[in-house]
Design a protein around this ligand. Structure first.
Ligand code: AMP
Ligand code: MG
Length: 493
């Protein structure tokens, strides 16, 4: 058996004040819930070894593998607009970094691994429900092709955690390009430690943006590149009806991956103001606010980088403003590209396209049309008017769909693409299945209350290939019945 991790821990080689060295706290009775075999292989890990008692002990934090240099990272962050100078890994321990099969550096982190010096009042643990939610949604994101942290494994701990109620505990093994956040920069900037900010920026460039290493103004380029990835990421979320729910600066990874699946959710009926998170009372992180919040977070990153942008303060601010001044356009382009694909527009852009997209979304919102079913229905029709009836029926005011449909049919006529080709392309942009909240909830209830992981496995199977037509998974395509509707989600940390 080969329980070897090929660790190469670049973060642990950074200065001492970037983290605290600490091992996970062992748990009583680790039991493997699920191992992500394809991801294990991608990481050059032996799935059989990971399933062995020794492997499960590693995934539960009972045993630290050879070559690991466990640590809890320091970071700060703006939470709902208020700055907290010290947050840090309060319930997560980074085991180390490995180079995957493609030569990419990946963090392997245990989430729910016990208390650290950053835990403040918390117990350092994770409840089973949020672990399963993160496993399901992050793996679905990966299947959609959206940059995201991944889930390598979930284990139950045999221990109870106290939240509003007593719940079973679990540990998630999270894999990420890195766990460096906007808040990591803020931690050092708030301490006026310019040398550390520079050290971190250089680390981020070499790790995530190596093409910028030799350019004339690397830190300006870094800000622009992070902004570009965020602009695209948020557009990709919106094209799936995804609401992150807690876009605090400590939950924005500078790698451009989606991170921190707390109160996140996918919309059923489309509405731009949709919010699920129980703690987001003002709707700060509502569906349509996400691009504006991404920009707000990037402005916080820019503030940290100011000393690196120019020796003169005013000049540095001008540079930052010029870079971030481009964000709205970056996002608009990415958003248009994503929705053009969803509408089967694959050839030359037309000035009208943006308005065509906007018009559909407005009509869907007014008629509470299901986001995923509407687009998948358009894909199924591929522009065959005979097959649009089922989409029309998704609108509470079906007549409101007709003028838009006529406009779309005229527009796709000008594409000069065959129906079959269009259908195939659209079905790759319009998933049949998303992790609907009521299904995620079902999984959590079955696991938490009945120790039944069947629904978890079934939902994962349904989402593994979300773009394919799979009649046997039809029930995962359906929106909730009124009594099944979930209106609120919780961090549950
Ligand atoms: P989050 O809301 O998950 O983004 O976490 C915000 C901050 O709270 C981070 O510093 C976490 O490490 C910390 N935190 C969340 N849950 C716990 C917990 N159960 N124990 C200790 N720290 C926690
Ligand atoms: Mg977080």
């Amino acid at each position: 058996m080969n329980m070897r991790f090929d660790f190469d821990n670049s973060y642990a080689r950074l200065p001492d004040d970037f983290f605290v060295r600490i091992a996970p706290t062992p748990v009583r009775a680790p039991r493997l819930i699920r191992l992500n075999e394809p991801l294990a292989l991608e990481l050059k890990l032996d799935p059989e070894a990971l399933r062995s008692p020794e492997g499960v002990e590693i995934l539960a934090g009972v045993r630290v593998p050879d070559g690991s240099e466990p640590l809890a990272a320091a970071y700060a962050g703006h939470q709902f607009g208020s700055f907290v100078p010290q947050l840090g890994d309060g319930r997560a321990v980074l085991l180390g970094e490995v180079l995957d099969r493609n030569g990419n550096r990946r963090d392997i982190q245990l989430k729910g691994a016990g208390r650290t010096p950053f835990s403040r009042g918390g117990d350092g643990r994770a409840a089973l429900g949020p672990v399963l939610r993160e496993y399901i949604v992050s793996e679905a994101m990966a299947a959609f092709g959206v940059p995201t942290t991944r889930a390598l494994a979930a284990v139950s701990t045999g221990e109870r955690v106290l939240r509003d109620e007593v719940l079973p505990g679990a540990v998630l093994t999270r894999v990420a390009a890195s766990h460096i956040r906007v808040g990591t920069f803020q931690y050092f900037a708030a301490r006026r430690d310019e040398a550390a900010v520079k050290r971190l920026a250089d680390h981020v460039i070499s790790r995530h943006y190596p093409e910028l290493a030799g350019v004339a103004e690397p830190y300006r380029a870094l800000l622009g590149a992070v902004a570009e990835r965020q602009a695209k990421l948020v557009a990709a979320w919106m094209a799936l009806g995804f609401i992150h729910g807690v876009m605090n600066t400590d939950n924005m990874a500078v790698s451009g991956e989606t991170i921190d699946y707390g109160p996140c959710a996918f919309m059923d009926a489309h509405h731009p103001e949709t919010v699920f998170s129980s703690i987001d009372r003002g709707g700060r992180y509502a569906y349509d606010n996400q691009p504006g919040i991404a920009l707000w977070n990037l402005a916080r990153l820019a503030e940290c980088l100011l000393p690196l942008l120019a020796p003169d303060g005013d000049e540095a601010v001008e540079i930052a403003q010029a870079v971030l001044g481009g964000f709205a356009e970056m996002h608009r382009n990415a958003h248009r590209a994503a929705f053009r694909a969803k509408l089967g527009l694959t050839t030359r852009e037309e000035a009208e396209d943006e308005e065509l997209i906007r018009d559909l979304l407005d009509r869907m919102a007014a008629s509470e049309a299901d986001f995923t079913l509407t687009f998948r229905g358009l894909a199924d029709s591929a522009g065959d008017p005979e097959r649009l009836g089922s989409v029309r029926a998704l609108f509470s005011d079906p007549a409101a769909f007709d003028p838009w449909a006529e406009r779309w049919l005229r527009r796709i006529d000008r594409e000069g693409v065959g129906v079959e080709e269009r259908r195939k392309a659209m079905k790759r942009a319009d998933p049949a299945r998303i992790p609907r909240n009521h299904r995620v909830e079902e999984v959590i209830v079955a696991a938490t209350e009945r120790d039944d992981f069947g629904p978890f496995e079934e939902l994962l199977a349904a989402l593994a290939d979300p773009f394919s037509d799979r009649p046997e998974f039809a029930r995962f395509e359906e929106p909730p019945k009124p009594e099944e509707r979930i209106t609120q989600t919780f961090c549950g940390t």
